[in-house]
Ligand binder design. Structure first.
Ligand code: UDP
Length: 251
């Protein structure tokens, strides 16, 4: 199916969503574009879309096997995957295992300080407001999610973080923090919450276990160089590096 014929449903910074081949499905297309600091920094990371498509598909499938419901249905091609259509809950759920990024800045905690237990934070998904940190009280008061949905997101976020921490540890990567988005899926059986969006080095912090090298979007945010190589390295360790990249990576 050619992309021109498909109806564009949504276009974001790193991804576009097209109408899927079956009702209730969408084609999630991964782009090479990257933005940071609320769109103030823009760039392209060559091959990122292909790699993130692979990484996210792989991790969503692993999570599915752990009975975590996700929007992922099947891979389609190098840059696209088929997903279930959901109503995105406008809350970003961040789980932190080690202090970094905005937490380190806000509370003046040295980056790399291990946290005594996983810390969950909620951010209101709103570009104009720069995704502000909010309390669960705000989410409930303004009706962005219901109390049982919050509880479910909280539980899933912790389980996913636990599982992924172990999975990454096995390939010598420390999962520092990670962002999740959830969506409401409506079917004959009612409404269920699914993990949506993507899981990739764009949405998590991944440090090499031995060297603390950053293998994630901080290389772009902070101009650390070797961005493509870092994303490829994560894919390689996960065993999902696309063949064409494998040749390049070993050249
Ligand atoms: N994150 C994300 N999208 C956002 C904001 C954050 O995927 O809009 C991810 C980010 O990559 C990191 C985690 O959430 O893995 C925590 O990010 P932080 O609050 O430190 O924000 P930053 O200062 O990195 O934007």
């Amino acid at each position: 199916m050619s992309r021109q014929r498909r109806r564009l449903v949504y276009e974001g910074k790193a991804k576009a969503l097209f109408e899927g081949p079956e009702p209730g499905t969408l084609v999630q297309h991964f782009k090479d574009d990257a933005t940071a600091f609320n769109n103030q920094k823009r760039g392209t990371i060559s091959g990122k879309g292909v790699i993130n498509n692979r990484i996210s598909a792989h991790l969503m499938m692993r999570l599915g096997e752990m009975d975590i419901p996700t929007h992922f249905l099947r891979p389609l091609n190098m840059r696209e995957q088929l997903v279930r259509e959901v109503e995105i809950i406008p809350v970003e759920v961040v789980v932190r295992n080690v202090a970094a990024g905005s937490l380190s800045k806000r509370l003046d905690i040295k980056e790399g300080t291990p946290l005594p237990r996983p810390l969950i934070e909620w951010y209101f998904k709103n570009d104009e407001l720069n995704d502000p940190l909010v309390l669960d009280e705000h989410i409930l008061a303004f009706g962005w999610a219901a109390e049982d949905e919050l509880d479910e997101m909280f539980g899933y976020a912790l389980r996913i973080n636990d599982y992924l921490s172990g999975l990454f540890h096995a390939i010598n990567i420390r999962l520092i923090d990670i962002k999740f988005e959830f969506g409401r899926h409506f079917s004959d059986e009612g409404m269920h919450i699914l993990l949506a969006d993507e899981i990739s080095p764009d949405t998590s912090r991944l440090w090499d276990l031995e060297t603390d090298d950053k293998l994630d979007k901080d290389r772009f945010r902070r101009d650390l160089g070797k961005i493509e190589e870092a994303y490829q390295e994560v894919a390689r360790r996960l065993g999902v590096l696309p063949k064409s990249d494998r040749a390049e990576a070993s050249a």
